[in-house]
Design a protein around this ligand. Structure first.
Ligand code: GDP
Ligand code: IMO
Ligand code: MG
Length: 416
C-alpha cells in the first residue's frame, strides 16, 4: 500500500505548481487534481513549446502518466473539450470523476453579473463561474458529471432549477436557455466526455493498494483557501492539502510527502489584502521580469516581496515537508531583496496571520541582491548572496527548501 504525495500552492496561486508537477509526473503513475476548476492556469514549458492547462492535470505531458480529475473539481465540459484540442487522444490516460460537479455556461454569467453588481467590492474573480458552481453544490442543487448519462433527465432538472431562480436571473440579466437547445448541448458534452467518466475514488484506491506512485496536484494557493485564506477575497474551494482527501476520496493516512510551491517573491491576481505588495518601481520590475500576467485571464498580477509570515502559516496548515522556491531568477539584478518578517497591526507587531489582513503593514528585512541565477542548475553554482537568501528563508519558515527553480524550462530546476 503506497501513500500519495501532494503539491500545493503556498501563496496566492500561480506559484509555478504546473512546472513542478510536470517535473515530478515523470516519476509518477498518476497525477490527480482535487479542487478548483478552469480558474486555474498551470503553465508548462517543454523546449520551445508552452502549454496552458486549466482542467487537465499537469501529468498529461508525461506519456506514461495517467491523469485524474477528482470529485472535488467543478468541471466545465465546454472548456474541457476546448482544452483537449491541444492533445492527441487521451482516452485511457485521463479520467473524470462521476461525482465532480458540472460548471455550466450560466454559472459564468452569474459570476460575472454578481461581480459587476459588487462594484468596488468585487472579489476580482476569474469570471469563470467557480463560485456559483460551488454554491450550487453546497446548496445541494448542483448537477454532477455522472448525470450526463441521461441528458433528457438532466436537461429537465436544470430547467426546473433555473426556473425556480428566474426572478434573480432576470435581475442579473442571465437568460434561461430553452430545454431543446440545452439537451442538444448536453448531448455534445456526453459524447465528448463519456469515455473519460468513471468512479475515480475506486481508481485511486486501487492504485495505492497496488503500490503505484500517485501525485496529487493542487490548484490556486493557500491564501485563496475558502477557510484559511484572506476571506472573502478567496476562491470557493479547499485549496490546502486537506482538500485532497475530500476532493479525491482519500483519508488522512493516505497522504505522504507534501511539497509546497512558493515564488521567491509574491504575487496575487484579483482584489484583497496583500501586505507585502510593492506599488512602486520594484513591483513593476517584478511584473516585467517575471512576466506576471495571468495564464487564465491575462490580467496583470500584483507583485511584491516574499511574505515569510504568510508562508509559515501555509507551511503549518499544509504540513509541508519541503518547499520548491520558484522564479529565483526574476530577482536577478536587484541590489536589495526584501522579505516581510512581521506585520504591524494597530501599533503592535505580530508574527502570525490574523483574522483580518486588511490593515496589516509589512515589516521588512533586507538582503543583498545578486547578478545572475538564471538557468543555473546546481546549488553550489548559485551566487553566495542568493544562497544566503535561500538559507535565511529556510530559517524563517522552518522548512527545507528542497527544490529551486531558475527558469521556466523543465530542466532549470535544482534538486537539493
Ligand atoms: P501555477 O498556476 O502555479 O502552475 O503557475 P502559473 O503557470 O500560473 O505561473 C507560473 C509562471 O512562471 C509560468 O509562466 C511558468 O512558465 C513560469 N515559471 C515557472 N518557474 C519559473 C522560474 O523558475 N523562472 C521563471 N522565470 N519563470 C518560471
Ligand atoms: P492557479 O491554479 C491565481 C483568484 C482570482 C480571484 C479569486 C477568486 O493557476 O494558481 P475565482 O474565479 O476562483 O472565484 O476567483 O481567486 N484565483 C487565482 N489566482 N491563480 C489561480 O489558480 C487562481 N484561481 C483563482 O484571481 O482573486
Ligand atoms: Mg496559474
Amino acid at each position: 500500500m503506497s501513500q500519495a504525495d501532494i503539491v500545493v500552492g503556498l501563496q496566492w496561486g500561480d506559484e509555478g505548481k504546473g512546472k513542478i508537477v510536470d517535473h515530478m509526473a515523470r516519476k509518477n503513475d498518476f497525477v490527480c487534481r482535487f479542487a478548483g476548476g478552469h480558474n486555474a492556469g498551470h503553465t508548462i514549458v517543454v523546449g520551445d513549446k508552452k502549454y496552458a492547462l486549466h482542467l487537465v492535470p499537469s501529468g498529461v505531458l508525461s506519456d506514461s502518466t495517467k491523469n485524474i480529475i477528482g470529485n472535488g473539481v467543478v468541471l466545465s465540459p465546454k472548456d474541457f473539450i476546448k482544452e483537449l484540442e491541444q492533445f492527441s487522444n487521451l482516452e485511457g490516460r485521463l479520467f473524470i470523476s462521476d461525482k465532480a460537479h458540472l460548471l455550466l455556461p450560466y454559472h459564468a454569467l452569474i459570476d460575472q453579473a454578481f461581480e459587476k453588481l459588487k462594484g468596488s467590492n468585487a472579489i476580482g474573480t476569474t469570471g469563470k463561474g467557480i463560485g456559483p458552481a460551488y454554491e450550487d453544490k453546497v446548496a445541494r442543487v448542483g448537477h454532477r458529471v455522472g448525470e450526463l448519462q441521461d441528458t433528457a433527465k438532466l436537461a429537465a432538472k436544470i430547467m426546473t432549477h433555473l426556473n425556480q431562480h428566474k426572478a434573480v436571473l432576470d435581475i442579473l440579466g442571465v437568460e434561461i436557455p430553452n430545454e431543446v437547445d440545452l439537451k442538444i448541448e448536453l448531448d455534445g458534452y456526453k459524447q465528448a466526455l463519456s469515455s473519460f467518466i468513471i468512479d475515480t475514488t475506486l481508481l485511486v484506491w486501487d492504485a495505492l493498494k497496488n503500490d503505484k506512485k500517485v501525485l496529487l496536484e493542487g490548484a490556486q494557493g493557500t491564501m485563496l483557501d475558502i477557510d484559511h485564506g484572506t476571506y472573502p477575497y478567496v476562491t470557493s474551494s479547499t485549496t490546502i492539502s486537506a482538500g485532497a482527501c475530500s476532493g479525491l476520496g482519500l483519508n488522512a493516512k493516505d497522504i505522504g510527502k507534501v511539497t509546497g510551491i512558493a515564488k521567491a517573491y509574491c504575487t496575487r491576481v484579483g482584489n484583497g489584502p496583500f501586505p507585502s505588495e510593492d506599488l512602486g518601481e520594484d513591483g513593476k520590475l517584478l511584473r516585467e521580469r517575471g512576466q506576471e500576467f495571468g495564464t487564465t485571464t491575462g490580467r496583470p498580477r500584483r507583485c511584491g516581496w516574499f511574505d515569510a509570515v504568510a508562508m509559515r502559516h501555509a507551511v503549518r496548515i499544509n504540513g509541508v515537508d519541503g518547499v520548491a522556491l520558484m522564479k529565483l531568477d526574476v530577482l536577478d539584478g536587484f541590489k536589495e531583496v526584501k522579505v516581510c518578517t512581521g506585520y504591524e497591526v494597530d501599533g503592535k507587531v505580530i508574527d502570525y496571520v490574523p483574522y483580518d489582513l486588511d490593515d496589516a503593514k509589512p515589516i521588512y528585512t533586507s538582503f543583498a541582491g545578486w547578478e545572475k541565477t538564471e538557468a543555473i542548475r546546481s546549488f553550489e553554482n548559485l551566487p553566495d548572496t542568493a544562497k544566503d537568501y535561500i538559507l535565511a528563508l529556510e530559517e524563517m519558515i522552518g522548512t527545507k527548501i528542497s527544490i529551486i527553480s531558475t527558469g521556466p524550462d523543465r530542466d532549470d530546476t535544482i534538486i537539493r
